[in-house]
Design a protein around this ligand. Sequence first.
Ligand code: CO
Length: 136
Amino acid sequence: MITGLDHIAVAVPDLEKAIKRFMEDFGLILEGTEDVTAVKTATAFFPLTSTSIELVHPLKGEGAIAAYLEKKGGGLHHLCFRSDNIDADIARLKARGYQFLSDAPTMGAHNSRVIFIHPKSCDGVLIELNQRIDAH
Ligand code: CO
């Protein structure tokens, strides 16, 4: 079951500059940064009352975020819905014809299992589902 909007991710060409903007110009509190090496992405999270803003940036200039920035220069990258049973949600959505970017969830930031639904299944919006492993 989907239980909330976990975060909104913005792809940024200069992570340090974007972190400074969110902290110093917008006054948000940086929860921390985390490199997700499996997807070659550096992340920074700014939690809000019921969701977070996630900045995503290529790790070592590689990966899907690098390709995204090259094409678009930056922008709103994906929405992430929080799930309390990601395996059941994947099975339910697959049965309804949704396509995913991988066959099974992978490890994402925050010790969570994550999977992405193909944008062509959602009117062009990239949607991530996540389930925090410690959220039982
Ligand atoms: Co995300």
